[in-house]
Design a protein around this ligand. Structure first.
Ligand code: ZN
Length: 158
């Protein structure tokens, strides 16, 4: 089991836009290893989501744990957003240790992606899971939750 350290803010690596993954790349060893590395890093740091740039790889791959277990989403795109927005969970980030905050997020989003086997997935998620998808997809565009937070708190030692 590898445990790639999660890159901490500030870093240019967290600010770079990630590239889409081709079908050929997804079937190849590099992206499959990347997915395993992301799963390991997320579990070992007790996260509920992680994005490839957080371990320094600029490919559009995220992991989201929807409460039923973590899964990889490749080239994830938000295809619809609820008008209803709000603060649904206090967000933290493995790349921003010690800071927690509230970002105004869409309550419900529809997401389209590929799974790790290259199969198309379409899902409609709400509340916590919706926030995780919005947070992780932001990482692929070089955006951190602290850029958008309406309020945040420092919890030293966390
Ligand atoms: Zn994050």
């Amino acid at each position: 089991m590898t445990h790639l350290p999660v890159i901490k803010n500030p870093s240019d690596l967290l600010r770079k836009k990630s590239e889409p993954v081709s079908k050929e790349e997804l079937a190849g060893k590099e992206i499959q290893t990347l997915i395993d590395d992301l799963l390991d890093s997320m579990r070992l740091e007790n996260g509920i989501g992680i994005a490839a740039p957080q371990i320094g790889v600029h490919k559009r791959v995220i992991i989201v744990d929807d409460g039923k277990g973590p899964a990889a989403y490749v080239n994830p795109e938000i295809t619809a957003r609820s008008i209803r927005k709000g603060h649904f969970i206090e967000e933290g980030c493995l790349s921003v240790p010690g800071i927690w905050g509230y970002v105004t997020r869409h309550k419900v989003v529809k997401v389209r992606a590929l799974d790790r086997n290259g199969e198309r997935v379409a899902l409609k998620v709400k509340d916590l899971t919706s926030v995780i998808f919005q947070h992780e997809i932001d990482h692929l565009d070089g955006i951190l939750f602290i850029d958008k937070a309406d309020t945040y708190t420092r919890h030293p030692g966390m």
